[in-house]
Design a protein around this ligand. Sequence first.
Ligand SMILES: [Zn+2]
Length: 394
Amino acid sequence: MMPPADRPSGILSRAGRAVRSALLGFAAAAVAAGLPAQEPAARSTPTRPGTAPANVAPAAPKPAAPVAAPKAAAPRAAAPKSAEAKAPSAGAYVGAREFSRVLGLEPAWDAAKKQLVLTGSNRRFVLEAETREAEFDGVRVFLGAPAEIRQGELAISKIDYLKLLTPVVRPGQGAGKPPGLRTIVLDPGHGGRDTGKVNARLRVLEKEMTLDTARRLKALLEVQGYRVVLTREDDRYVELVDRPAVADRVDADLFVSLHFNAVEADVERVTGVEVYTMTPQHQLSANRQPDDQVPVFNPGNFNDHWNAVLGFSIHRDMLAALKVPDRGLKRSRFAVLRHARCPAVLIEAGFLSNDAEAARVATQGYRQQIAAAIATGIRSYAAALKQAQTRAGR
Ligand SMILES: [Zn+2]
């Protein structure tokens, strides 16, 4: 479990400020769209709405009035500070016909389920009206804002289109030069006086599980030729901000924070894996804690595009390998993600509050499986980088 530590970041770099001001035009559009005052519930139960096979003949996309392409926001001189403009602006949402065309996917609208199914090249994406929950290639993904019916067709927020759907469908598209992948920092959560979550009955400590899993993952990645650095090698306390600082120091290309989760209630039911990446600027995190960071550009936002590729790769590959309930790919402004200057991910690899899952996590064999699953996800991410590099080189 990750302590929220969702306070404003005081260490915006010069580069961060530059990017921040460059993004203001885009930001203005997002704010003008009016972020929902109350974040819709991000369903965390391992239900899988939208996975039922469509026994309804896929209908053609609803006939709709012509939809104007989203206009680029006019440059603004100052940062939009207030979210007073509550009136939704169509400009900050992108309609299905537009994004399916750009991404080369075939859309099919299921009116009964209010779902848009996008297919092509063995990919399948399900977006559902009035919810943030979506399904990408069979796994749960939480959008930053609910999909909506706008002007007779399903639309998603422009930020979700650019920073979630596009990276997952077309890694590298519109993202500039892909980053390298040579040095990987693994961050075993907690340590020392900070035990993290504890299953007292079974005497399973999160800080011990994360360190052992990180050591196993390190060995697997080193065999593949990566340089791997741990933020802690033993049972010691490391401040949250000092963890991504290790990545800075060794010029890391990738930061992976390892955690195990717990819930207070419903311990019998809640198990499985959830994966977090940094919340994009102007979006709401999946965890509904008050978040005064919404308009802020953090260092972690330098890599929104690659964070999405990374998070999706790891989440999908972990679920495929471990066959546990899918808690979703989510976004949060956890301190370690906020301060990371390279693509970064935080993995909650299981629930210690559930005795059966805690007992499994306590075995070396299962921790080895977790490490192998994460290594597979990193390999998928590396493949996506390579593909993007090849495309960029053409
Ligand atoms: Zn933790």
